[in-house]
Write a protein that binds this ligand. Structure first.
Ligand code: GCV
Length: 689
């Protein structure tokens, strides 16, 4: 545990700074970010006996590591050709060059944020930064301009959704009892952890903006400014989720109509007030006309009307609107099979492509439904070339085990980011390239999994998801297993045993395939949900089947799945460009893992894997539950070995017990349900209750 905060040090324990802190370091540059770099190095040098200086005077030298801005002529080594390393593209506000020449390492950047990211690059390199021969100068830049975490934190405990909506790590790190939590050292530690992964934007309150949170925009702005001050030295800009009805709730206006002059003036004044308090404020996040939140529909206006009004208010200050595309009818009649929730975001937004202002970012969930364990990539992402799009992921594990189950999500995200909406021919750009596009990209966003838990994330191993999200936003083509190694090295690098190999192999065995294990014992073949309604934990096959939420599997005695074809179903497959519109349309060509998302098929339908749908359901559920048991056994082997802290080991072991219990529950409910529906016995004669 970190002594200043009483919270687990996660991937920044003092030991991670050992190499940095045991060398002679020069830190140049002015402003809060350069000061942060200096302070980080200075602290490490106190811990590990190194030396840090601010000016390159001859008496203090020589140095092993130099942080300097490219305009800083006295500190700049002629030997490092930054421009050649950077190539045709500018390094940008956040990029840096790393090189080692003649035994001296250099981190060079055009702006201080680059020095900060370069610092954490050196931390990740550890001792290897300082070893060996020359390292040619190489430029490092973030792929995504915006790398953002959204908190769904309420100011006070909501009677249904708790303190953090879909939070599984205790209360909010920002708020308590309707006001600031006041634990700024913890917020600072959080900002530091995020900066080390590359995150540069945070939204501090729930997108479902209740009354108390609505006031953060005006009379409670000081509470937000206080947080902004803590995040600023780590290069993170604050954002606020705002209530679209604020002019009515806060301003005593009778309307929030986005085309009303008084409403527009109200927002302009509110935005000016925000920037007076927080000059580098990032902007607003808005959930409008979604799941009961107010929005422009009430006034007969479009989403573009609503978003553009807010954009106009923020534009003079350089702020942006993150307008969420998660809009669907949550009061659907389950008897109506023509309405398809998966279609909703595209149907609402694609016709408005080109209508959004330049400082509006349309924030699109990665799948068309709602952060399920397996979904196709949202067709909206390819459908709006004239709109800036951000892709939204969910680090908090709402549908993926709620931080009681190990579920390393980087492999799923990596698949999303690498998906090519136009296939391999023609415009073969992937989702990451679209989100990163300098003109049309809005970056990568995720819902945070952090709370006031001593391990930050409830399940200590869920820290890896937070870490991997930030790193993927910086470099979307990163290998998930390599990111896990980075996280392991930083978090557990300084083992008492000195040998990380056994821990590393255990963590890979437990985590690498954990998302697919989770998928095996939960809803099959992309059909989704089957969770207990409301809290979404544990199995309930028909839990949402006869509800208004639009999340159905349509299982009957003959078959299962949602017909989303153009030929006979809801037509959703038509929202994709070629080749996917054809691939998904065909039950023969559709990838197995998404078959039931797109097709209603008989239980005897034979998958590409050669097995029938019903046998696949039995096999995967037996296998998934066994894999959960194997994960638990593997972790248990570490007990008492000194490779991980005993309390952390116990916390993970307890959660693995629950994971095994829950996986067995899933296995038995799903298998029993489908045996009873279909009457088809398991080909291997295993016990199904
Ligand atoms: C914040 C899902 C969750 C809601 C969440 C919503 C959203 O429906 O269950 O809790 O609300 O997504 O993304 O806005």
């Amino acid at each position: 545990m970190d002594t200043a905060t009483g919270v687990h040090a996660a991937w920044l324990p003092p030991e991670a700074f050992r190499a940095l802190g045991s060398h002679r370091v020069l830190v140049r540059g002015d402003g809060p970010l350069a000061v942060t770099v200096y302070e980080e190095v200075a602290r490490a040098c106190v811990d590990y006996g190194g030396r840090v200086g601010r000016s390159p005077d001859a008496e203090a030298g020589p140095y092993d590591l130099v942080f300097a801005l490219t305009g800083d002529v006295p500190a700049l080594p002629a030997v490092v050709d930054v421009r050649a390393a950077a190539g045709a593209e500018p390094l940008g506000e956040e990029g840096f060059v790393f090189a080692r020449v003649g035994g001296v390492c250099f981190v060079l950047a055009d702006a201080a944020a680059g020095l900060l990211y370069g610092l954490f690059h050196v931390v990740r390199l550890g001792g290897s930064a300082f070893e060996g021969g020359d390292v040619p100068a190489a430029a490092h830049r973030p792929a995504m301009r915006t790398r953002m975490l959204d908190h769904w934190d309420n100011l006070e405990v909501h009677p249904v959704m708790g303190h953090v909506e879909r939070g599984y790590a205790g209360g909010s790190v920002f708020w308590r009892d309707g006001g600031p939590r006041g634990d700024l050292p913890r917020v600072r530690a959080y900002a530091r952890l995020l900066a080390a992964t590359g995150i540069n934007a945070v939204s501090v309150n729930n997108v479902n903006v209740h009354t108390a949170e609505t006031h953060l925009l005006t009379d409670r702005l000081g509470d937000v400014a206080e947080l902004a001050d803590v995040f600023r030295p780590y290069g993170i800009r604050l954002h606020l989720s705002v209530n679209f009805a604020s002019p009515v709730v806060l301003g005593a206006l009778t309307t929030a109509d986005p085309l009303d002059g008084e409403v527009r003036a109200w927002w302009a004044k509110a935005a000016a007030g925000v920037y007076q308090a927080i000059p580098d404020f990032g902007g607003f996040v808005v959930k409008a006309d979604s799941e009961g939140q107010p929005g422009p529909f009430s006034y007969g206006r479009s989403h573009a009307d609503g978003a553009n009004m807010l954009a106009e208010a923020l534009a003079p200050f350089g702020g942006e609107v993150h307008w969420r595309a998660f809009v669907y009818n949550h009061q659907q009649d389950w008897r109506d099979r023509s309405t398809d929730r998966a279609r909703a975001a595209y149907d609402h937004f694609a016709p408005q492509d080109g209508e959004f202002a330049a400082n509006v970012v349309l924030q699109v969930k990665h799948g068309p439904m709602d952060f399920q364990t397996r979904e196709p990539v949202s067709p909206v992402i390819a459908a709006m070339p004239r709109t800036r799009l951000a892709v939204e992921l969910q680090v908090t594990q709402e549908y993926t085990g709620q931080q009681r189950h190990v579920c390393y999500l980087a492999p799923m995200w990596s698949g999303v980011l690498g998906f090519r909406p136009w296939g391999d021919g023609g415009e073969a750009r992937d989702v990451a390239a679209l989100a990163a596009d300098p003109a049309a990209g809005g970056g990568l966003v995720a819902v945070s999994n952090v709370g006031d838990d001593p391990y930050w994330t409830g399940h200590p191993l869920a820290q890896a998801n937070l870490y991997a999200f930030g790193r993927l936003a910086w470099a979307p083509d990163s290998d998930p297993a390599a990111l896990l190694d980075e996280w392991i090295d930083l978090t557990f690098g300084a083992l008492p045993s000195g040998d990380p190999a056994p821990l590393r192999s255990t963590l890979h065995a437990v985590m690498d395939g954990s998302w697919q294990t989770y998928e095996r014992y939960t809803a099959p073949l992309g059909v989704g949900f089957m969770v207990r309604p409301g809290h979404h934990y544990g199995p309930d096959v028909d839990g949402y089947e006869y509800t208004p939420w639009g999340t159905y599997h349509y299982a009957d005695r003959d078959g299962i799945g949602v017909d989303r074809t153009r030929a006979t179903g809801t037509g959703y497959t038509g929202q994709y460009p070629q080749p996917w519109s054809e691939v998904y349309e065909s039950a023969e060509r559709c990838p197995d893992e998404l078959l039931l998302f797109f097709h209603h098929v008989p239980y005897g339908h034979v998958l590409h894997s050669g097995t029938t749908v019903i046998q696949h359901i039995y096999d995967t559920h037996f296998a998934g539950a066994l894999e959960a048991e194997a994960m638990r056994s593997r972790w248990a082997e570490l007990a008492g070995g000194g490779l991980v802290d005993a309390a952390l080991h116990t916390r993970v072991a307890e959660r693995l017990d629950e994971q095994v219990r829950c996986a067995q529950e899933w296995r038995d409910q799903v298998n029993a349900y489908f045996l009873r529906k279909s009457g088809v016995p398991d080909a291997h004669g295993r016990h199904i209750p």
